[in-house]
Ligand binder design. Sequence first.
Ligand code: NAP
Ligand code: MG
Length: 452
Amino acid sequence: MSGIYQVINPANESIVTDVDLADLAAVDAAIEKADRAFKTWRTIAPGERAKLLRAFAQEVTNHRQELAMLEVTNSGHTISNALWEADNVANVLNYYSAAPERLFGRQIPVPNGIDITFKEPLGVVGVIVPWNFPMPIAGWGFAPALAAGNTVVLKPAEYTPLTAIKLGEIALKAGIPEGVFTVIPGKGSIVGNRFVTHPKVRKIVFTGSTEVGKSIMAGCAEQVKRVTLELGGKSANVIFADSDLEKAAAAAPGAVFDNAGQDCCARSRILVEKKAFDKFMELFESAVKKFRVEDPSLATAEMGPLISKKQFESVQNYLNEPVAFKGSAPSGKGFWMAPTVLQPKSTDSKSWREEIFGPVVSVMPFEDEADAIAKANDTDFGLSGSIWTRDSAKAIRVSRAIESGNLSVNSNSSVRYWTPFGGYKQSGLGRELGPDALDSFTEVKNVFINTD
Ligand code: NAP
Ligand code: MG
């Protein structure tokens, strides 16, 4: 043990509980145990592994209310989001429970024999989770990793360990063998870093800041360790004058202020075609004023507090541009902040360029299609984005031109567990979810059998 972490409810600053933080010896012991468990987990018959994953999913569903309430208390997520997040873990487990029985290789025609490929599990996979979406991001890593026959050690963010710890208990209750899925709360510099340096951890799945992601990628290079990175974003919401402006404006607050803007897919840059700018701003202002920021345990809440005092302070550094208008937020205890709409004067502005990770959005006009594409791409990031227009040919042209991993047309939704998710440029490396996720949790082995 290397100390304790006091979990704080961000909505009222009350102390929720204490969590023991693992020290190096505890991490090493857990990795060794996961490595021993791998020897048997990989040999479990595919149909049996599928059943165990479905039992895990069912047990998550049985605990959905409890998991959701833990997230409301630990992270300030709205109850409606938190229920979706618990259900997402169950859905992702169910989706990948179909994979063990379909982990096909190929038979490739060659002279003088037979050639076949196998998709072999890697071994122990280390999943490092951030605090913004503790449940879904954990599940996107551990579900396909386990389905492919790997064992998993998972480090939740220091701020938000409670649902991960619960998921670890639920897995055991569902019959997942000891050592197959181990949750290890602790510090990034100790537990996370040990995943990177321990030779028995064969792959890292990391979601978090671009800065830490780069250091993890550099650390993994030492052992040519496999790595998937989901990093920051500065996604554009591109609104053309020929779109359904009412709909685009009504949806725009949720696209950036959901989860208090602490979302790597947040549409934190709104680009509006010049001739529709004033009309959009009028509609957007009334939508922002209606956005409900309140006690996250209320079913009507659309946004809760920020995760921590530190995050709150970090977000305040971005408010040095003209404010167009603001929404409202509760006063008193808790890390509350009103949704804030900025109108930066230039694309060099820090609030236009950097990931803020708070309820702040910047709006800027554009001239035409080419200017919209140029402005949308003028960033080191490339995770998500939206395009609003009634012209479907234009929607396709702009979708193809924006350098980003996940785009939506006349919608702001980025995440569907059936489809691949990940970033261009400095938003990440590799893809999670969708039909191909097991490729990043397996090695392809080629075997030639001489028949001469
Ligand atoms: P972070 O430092 O990148 O943390 C993400 C995860 O990595 C946490 O579990 C963290 O552990 C762990 N970690 C930190 N240093 C590590 C290291 N040297 N080796 C291995 N693991 C390490 O993110 P943050 O400091 O919480 O947030 C800072 C900013 O990052 C945010 O304001 C936001 O801009 C961005 N962010 C992006 C995402 C995203 O989804 N793309 C998510 C979170 C944050 P600890 O919790 O112990 O530090
Ligand atoms: Mg950090």
